[in-house]
Design a binder for this molecule. Sequence first.
Ligand code: AVJ
Length: 320
Amino acid sequence: MNLLSQKISFYDFKPELENFRDAVIKGLSRGQKQIPPKFFYDETGSQLFEAILEQPEYYIPNVERDLLQTYADEIGRLIEPGSVLIEPGSGSCEKVQLLLESLHPSAYVPMDISREFLKQSACSLSQKYPWLPIYPACLDFTQQMILPHGIPHGRRVVFIPGSSLGNFDPLEVQHFLTGIHRITGKGGGLLVGLDRKKDPSVLNAAYNDAAGISAEFNLNLLTRINNELGGNFDLDRFEHRAYYNDQRGRIEMHLVSSEDHDVRVSDQDFRFIKGEYIHTENSYKYSPDEFITLANSSGFRLLKIWSDDKHLFSIYFLEA
Ligand code: AVJ
């Protein structure tokens, strides 16, 4: 019996992963071909994403880490010890560690769709913080936001770092935050790290790193389709494109066909003409005013905002 594991109560809400095949066939059949970004993250995709986080052009992780480290005590005073800290899409549970000593929550609820990854992250976290009760919840937080039974009664605070909200379009963010508001209840907290609008050359560089990892990450979606759905995408006929769409306030990632040709996926043919593309991701960028307005319309009010000197990124603390 591993005594450490006594602090971990694992809840499996058995998320139904939307069928990859159906999503790809549906997405490639549309006038504007598109595949949702959640399908990037197979084993290789998750590794490539970890590598993106290390690229010098991709400033987000460093700026956010500096902010969390610098303001951890202040954040801790606002959140108050004994809170229940909930993190949708917790992944490796890296970032929360910058806050645990100063926050001293009564429980931590990491939520992730990736079951084994969630279990492993929770185990290693528990070894580092043996005093912390952990309630990992395996679920797809874009589909269901449920809390495990038996969590303590403290103030509920939801933590969404890494600009993850950027993948939603603004209406979806509003809807999602309204759901979060229901979870925290009045008086609950919301701690969000979100990328900001800035000089497009900085944004374009971040999604077109010189080492080509972002390109590999994007193209790996085609490899995944080839491997899992019997596709015959020729990776030499597609190019990674990422650029800031100023009008929409978002980075768009595309896979652009370099010539007219057909691709077969699961016994279905899809015609690509030269220059046609699959839209694979949006990453919205918010000015603080824009995000605060959005959060207000979901019932949250801003208590404090922290930003770096270059105004690259902001962390918001809001109250329900
Ligand atoms: C995980 C959605 C925050 O949009 O910056 C990074 C994903 N895609 N490089 C982002 C991503 C290409 C990332 N998010």
